[in-house]
Write a protein that binds this ligand. Sequence first.
Ligand code: T5A
Length: 213
Amino acid sequence: MESGKFIVIEGLEGAGKSTAIRIIKSAIESAGHKVLTTREPGGTPMAEAIRDCVKNDWESEEITIEAELLLMYASRVQLLENVIKPALQRGEWVVGDRHDMSSRAYQGGGRQIPANMIEPLRTITLKGFTPDLTLYMDVTPEEGLKRARGRGELDRIEQAGLEFFERTRKAYLGYVKSEDNVVMINTMQNLEKVHAEIKQTIVNYMSQACIPG
Ligand code: T5A
């Protein structure tokens, strides 16, 4: 059986990932594929517990940036081995709300953890596994946080401050330039245009991915 594809949506808070995922899921299903959606951190019982851990504000105890990094990869490997890989092997397509690029952008760029400290964790947990396509939804931190605030209280990571998100965005923009299979969507334009670009990107990808050879 042909294995499925792993499509990842990345971006800062308020980039509009939730709507993008709905559009992508519907386009892939229309082409006759079964779709599973995932989120990171999270997606298995243990990974969801880790999600609560990293999003919580622990008041008397500061979460170190090293613990935050390790927890992101612990959550990721649980999801990858228990959910993502089995689904791909069953021929399903998986649409992920965040994956490895989030850690490299937030913990690498935002928290300024050097790449040579992140790399060994990637080797241990991912073992060379990479998404087939990544859609990076670009938004300025000002606009993204304004949208996120409109939805309710900001969580621990969302309270990290504008400079943190500027560094995170800069890291994302670097990966868009330097890595293959990454498409950037500018979300600071007319919403209909944003949605049309997302749909076109996935339709183009499917037409290429489904050509044998
Ligand atoms: N994290 C995660 C790390 O630090 N390292 C890692 O390795 C990983 C995996 C996850 C947090 O963990 C961090 C990143 C995050 O801080 P989360 O709750 O999953 O926590 O946070 P997000 O993934 O950022 O989820 P959000 O819901 O905040 O972002 P979305 O999904 O991009 O935003 P969305 O779609 O819900 O939109 C937010 C609001 O904006 C509006 C929407 O209607 C909604 O109200 N909106 C727009 N408004 C106007 N114009 C547009 N173009 C709009 N797009 C959306």
